[in-house]
Write a protein that binds this ligand. Sequence first.
Ligand code: 4NP
Length: 157
Amino acid sequence: MRRLLFVCLGNIIRSPLAEQLFSDLARRAGVADNYTVDSAGTGDWHSGESPDPRMVETATKHGLTLGGAARQVRPNDLGRFDLILTMDESNRADLLELARTPVQRPKIRMLREFDPQRDELDVPDPWYGGRGDFEQTYQIIERSVRGLLEALERGEV
Ligand code: 4NP
């Protein structure tokens, strides 16, 4: 059993999508029992909130129902999870500050390392963007979690 935590800033747009797309994909592939997944935000401004309605709408268009409530990353997440996938470099820097042991640091990876079409390592934050930006972020996260699941199932991660 691998324990995966997806992390962004607010835990209302990118990381809940990554978590729920990964779960959905693993279930369809018949390998859901190999994983537990969760998501969290480095900030606490949106704790307890549902996912952003703009990403809920985008996900719905693709047949995915997004739910859940936002929570902030806790220091013990770095112990509890095996692999922590961050959406951008600032999330990664914040988590590296929380990591206290040499065992914890290598658990922190950028999600887009697994995007076969990546042109950069950040998953763009669409907070100030329009519909097209939400769709672009959706596509990037979908490709990345697919790549991640394949890498995990091949034993590469
Ligand atoms: P997320 O997006 O980190 O993908 O959940 C954001 C959510 C909230 C804010 C920015 C990005 N904000 O500025 O409140």
